[in-house]
Design a protein around this ligand. Structure first.
Ligand code: SF4
Length: 225
């Protein structure tokens, strides 16, 4: 089966050890995102109509040459679930024998639900406490959608981690603590707090000591500068 017209790909990382836990993986960066987070590091990927940097068939050919060398492929973005070609692209990657990971902000829960049976791992952005979501994402109603996606993931039993990008200018530590409480109460076991980068540098010099208090609520907690 060919994804007609193919997935619009804005970039490719041929090898990563950190984007798909426990796997050697390639990362496919999908073009387009409906949200406009002020800290987005992938601004060239935001416009859905930007011509693809790579042809999907060429990406598939590259992956075909990596069979036996890579364990998995991660679809990242942008927002991969924006694209209607994603399900077919996932099938093609699975047919090559790769495990499939997905990075998503959970903005399309119904689409995520249809993908879940074909996914081996998900990194789900939970960007903020609910009341702060619209300000962080530059859109409306995203917090409820992200939480719907979280509930779907929990119900499906697909391995996943939640990720929150943070610095004190976005929302205060007290709100981050509130978010930690909410995620732990929902049943999230893996949480990564990623420090915002400003002009290429972490906005916070070192891991804030308060995060140690939050970390104990989770089986796995990571701070990423
Ligand atoms: S959801 Fe992700 S890709 Fe979209 S604007 Fe926010 S950070 Fe960027």
């Amino acid at each position: 089966m060919t994804a007609q017209g193919g997935l619009r790909v804005g970039g490719l990382t041929p090898l990563t050890t950190i984007d798909f836990p426990g796997r050697l993986a390639a990362v496919v960066f999908c073009q387009g995102c409906a949200w406009r987070c002020g800290y987005c590091q992938n601004s060239t990927l935001l416009e859905a109509g930007t011509p693809a940097a790579l042809r999907w068939d060429d990406v598939l050919a590259f992956l075909g040459n990596r069979q036996g060398l890579l364990d998995g492929v991660v679809f990242s973005g942008g927002e991969p679930t924006l694209q209607t070609h994603l399900p077919a692209a996932i099938e093609q990657v699975r047919a090559l024998g790769f495990e499939v990971g997905l990075h998503t902000a959970g903005m399309y829960p119904a689409r995520l639900a249809r993908l879940l049976p074909r996914l081996d791992w998900v990194g789900l952005d939970i960007k903020a406490p609910l009341r702060t979501y619209d300000a962080v994402t530059g859109t409306t109603g995203g917090g409820a959608k992200a939480r719907e996606s979280l509930d779907l993931l929990l119900a499906a039993g697909v391995p996943f981690e939640c990720r929150t990008t943070w610095h004190p200018g976005l929302f205060p530590m007290s709100a981050l603590e509130e978010l930690a409480d909410e995620l732990a109460a929902r049943g999230v076991t893996h949480w990564t707090v990623q420090c915002c980068r400003i002009d290429g540098r972490p906005a916070v010099a070192a891991q804030p000591p308060e995060l140690r208090r939050l970390a104990v609520r989770f089986k796995e907690f990571h701070w990423r500068a």
